[in-house]
Design a protein around this ligand. Structure first.
Ligand code: ATP
Ligand code: MG
Length: 393
């Protein structure tokens, strides 16, 4: 094989007793992700996962990109494997990194010798390869303190590997190790980012979307399913529960005081989400709420909304500025879809003067006119389950 990937583990290396389980989970996630791009061998040795194409038909660039979205990997590099001899290592550096090196202003060689049987230590190895390269590329200066380009040489168990600068991995923990949570996914900028952040902590996610046809359009639903699909690039396939919410919104409009519309509506969302989450084996709810962003996201409003839920609720964006959220949305590729201009059910029947410091008992009185349980039962029955995955195969 003339090119393989070395993926370095992140926080997993800190997991004492559970480490093996984390590593196995991560290997499984990588295998699942790269198989779309051909036959790859995925194995672990010395805290590093090797991803090796088994034949010439593999789409190596596709697999590389896919590995960059797998949580649990701190850094990654594409390498040329070679025999564990000085001549073979030097030849590999020349053929694999020669072009990049010739464009650099300065360079150094950094070596690691995991195989202690190799006759040179890492400093001697760097000096030897660096010396030969300095002769071959007289126009590129040697600079061991602040080089423009670093040639890496790793002498490991099976072979030696040469590579250029490593690239950051997706970080976080392997998907599946942290249990499962349900993300309340709207069509906005925030909730997909919230889902991504929770998934990054090793949590498998399912999404729930409240849909108020005809107040919100079929296009709005497609947009949310597309957002979920974009998330599956990082967290694997998922189910989106699309809950018919029209009857509940109309009942609120017809029977509750206007200033409480949004709060009562959000309490319905949470109750239904909790019911669905339990059915899916989810242990927490996740929202894109952000302190002070809108009237329903004050501490008092969030207390009133959270009062109907008895599982943990996570709001990973709670303390972030919009700009920070937008930066992540752009990085994970959801921003463009999020800003498409379709209505969300939250913007239907919005009160002119919403309560920003509601009291729980007043909200309970406001919703007393409704048959809450019956409305929830019907909405849960009126739920469409859609399986979403990144690739069509
Ligand atoms: P977003 O950008 O995620 O839409 P937002 O700033 O517009 O958030 P709200 O509309 O008040 O805020 O919603 C707060 C949170 O409630 C959302 O982040 C999402 O988790 C959840 N939510 C709102 N509308 C829906 C919906 N139609 N379906 C599912 N969840 C929703
Ligand atoms: Mg919204």
């Amino acid at each position: 094989m003339n090119e393989i990937f070395l993926l370095k583990l992140g926080e997993i290396v800190l997991k004492g007793q559970n480490r093996r389980a984390f590593e196995n989970c991560l290997k499984g996630n990588i295998r699942r992700r790269v198989k779309h791009f051909g036959a790859f061998r995925v194995y672990l040795k010395q805290s590093t996962i090797y991803v090796e194409p088994e034949d010439g038909d593999c789409d190596v660039d596709g697999a590389w990109e896919a590995c960059g979205t797998v949580f649990g990997i701190a850094s990654m590099c594409r390498c040329r494997p070679c025999e564990k001899t000085l001549d073979a290592i030097y030849e590999a550096v020349l053929s694999y990194l020669g072009d990049a090196l010739s464009l650099a202003r300065s360079f150094k060689v950094e070596s690691k010798r995991a195989d202690k049987a190799f006759p040179l230590n890492s400093i001697q190895l760097s000096q030897e390869i660096g010396g030969r390269l300095a002769e071959a590329f007289p126009q590129v200066a040697v600079d061991v303190h602040n080089p423009d380009y670093t040639v890496h040489v790793e002498v490991r168990d099976y072979a030696a590997y040469v590579h250029g600068p490593a690239q950051p991995g997706a970080g976080g923990l392997p998907t599946g190790m942290g249990g499962r949570a349900a993300v309340l996914l709207s069509g906005g900028i925030d909730s997909p980012v919230a889902g991504y952040m929770i998934a990054k902590r090793g949590v498998e996610i399912e999404c729930i979307h409240f849909f108020s046809y005809p107040y919100t359009s079929e296009k709005a639903k497609e947009k949310v399913l597309e957002l979920a699909r974009l998330l599956t690039r990082f967290c694997g396939r998922m189910t989106v529960d699309v809950v018919g919410f029209t009857e509940i919104q109309e009942a609120i409009r017809d029977h509750c005081p206007e200033e409480y519309f949004t709060l009562v509506m959000r309490r319905f969302m949470m109750r239904i989400a909790q019911r669905i989450a339990n059915d899916h084996g989810c242990r927490a709810l996740v929202t894109g709420e952000n302190l002070g962003q809108v009237a329903s996201q004050t501490m008092e409003a969030m207390a009133v909304t959270g009062a109907v839920v008895d599982m943990p609720m996570f709001h990973p964006l709670i303390g972030m500025d919009k700009e920070e959220i937008v930066t992540i949305a752009r990085k994970i590729g959801t921003l463009e879809t999020s800003i498409l201009p379709y209505e969300d059910c939250c913007t239907v029947f919005t009160p002119k003067h919403p309560k920003t410091k509601p009291e729980l008992h007043a909200v309970e009185i406001a919703e007393a006119a409704l048959d809450v349980e019956a409305l929830i039962d019907r909405a849960v029955l009126n739920t469409e389950k859609v399986t979403v995955k990144y690739y069509d195969d």
